[in-house]
Design a protein around this ligand. Structure first.
Ligand SMILES: C[S@@+](CC[C@H](N)C(=O)[O-])C[C@H]1O[C@@H](n2cnc3c(N)ncnc32)[C@H](O)[C@@H]1O
Length: 273
């Protein structure tokens, strides 16, 4: 059963190269018109991560945020221009945020070196042509280019790999190598970003010590990797984790995560000056 599910994931990921435009304008591999509705409820900016991103932006006054979604991690004390192709995500921006422009990373409607700094959080793995998008970021930015992403080689350091192999396999096929991103930007500093226990931004690893949260269907929906996994594999995950949480098996094997203040997982900040 699991082999069939893994095969379905691979076919689904192969298909993403030929995905045509999604109905809400999503320009990446995931269809935010279908999965984005609960995004801003579960994906709030995490202050500890935000602090690092803002520090990496240095003294930039003008900042471009690409794949901006609902506006997480955008600085509030600088001039921000946001780019977001999905209508569903643009609609979730708080009224206090600048409205996002409907455009894609691969074709930025801005002049060369227009911005002091640019940023892209949890998005480069979804772009149809990441290298072109990174070239565009570099073209329109005078100073630092800041990328928050996950290291595909560190996705299996987490209990989810055992309970939902299909999800971590899908994610490791989507996330580009960190070295590829750094090289495309002409060299970069790479920081490990520790995930705090009560991380407010609900990506999968944010629940490292709170496994019950991943039993909530809407929490999973806010992590696009689950949309590449067949429903039978998701149902299998829910039943196995529910069983092991009620029998105490999960706690016997992974209970130390509940007492761990932070998790040095796959999160990386790439800063190209
Ligand atoms: C996981 S969300 C991250 C949103 C936000 N940056 C955050 O940290 O919450 C990924 C976002 O990337 C956007 N995206 C996907 N492909 C894109 C592309 N080619 N150009 C720009 N944005 C893209 C999606 O529409 C989605 O809003």
């Amino acid at each position: 059963m699991r082999q069939i599910a893994a095969l379905e994931v691979r076919l689904c990921l192969l298909g993403r190269a030929v995905i045509s435009d999604h109905e809400d304008g999503s320009a990446g591999d995931a269809d935010y018109g279908k999965i984005g509705g609960s995004y801003s409820r579960f994906r709030q900016p995490e202050p500890a991560i935000e602090k690092r991103i803002w520090a990496a932006l240095g003294d930039a006054r003008t900042v471009l945020n690409i794949g901006a979604g609902a506006g997480s991690y955008e600085p509030i004390d600088r001039d921000v221009v946001a780019v977001e192709p999905s209508a569903s995500m643009r609609e979730q921006r708080a009224p206090s945020r600048t409205p996002a422009i409907d455009a894609s990373a691969e074709d930025l409607p801005f002049a060369d070196k227009q911005f002091d700094a640019s940023m892209a959080t949890f998005t480069v793995h979804q772009w149809r042509d990441m290298l072109r998008g990174l070239d565009e970021m570099r073209r329109v930015t005078r100073g630092p280019v800041v990328i928050l992403t996950c290291d595909p080689d560190a996705l299996d350091h987490f209990w989810l790999h055992e309970y939902a192999l299909e999800v971590t396999e899908a994610e490791s096929a989507r996330y580009p190598k960190i070295a590829t991103i750094a090289e495309a930007l002409g060299g970069a500093e790479i920081q490990h970003v520790p995930i705090p226990f009560n991380c407010r931004d609900g990506f999968n690893e944010a629940y490292y010590g709170r496994p019950e949260q991943l039993l909530v269907a809407e929490a999973r929906l806010a992590c696009s990797g689950w949309s590449f996994v067949p429903p039978a594999a998701v149902a299998h995950f829910v039943s196995e984790l529910t069983r092991d949480l009620s029998s105490g098996e999960w706690d016997r094997r992974y209970g130390h995560f509940r007492r761990q203040a932070e998790f040095d997982g796959p999160l990386r900040l790439i800063v190209a000056s």
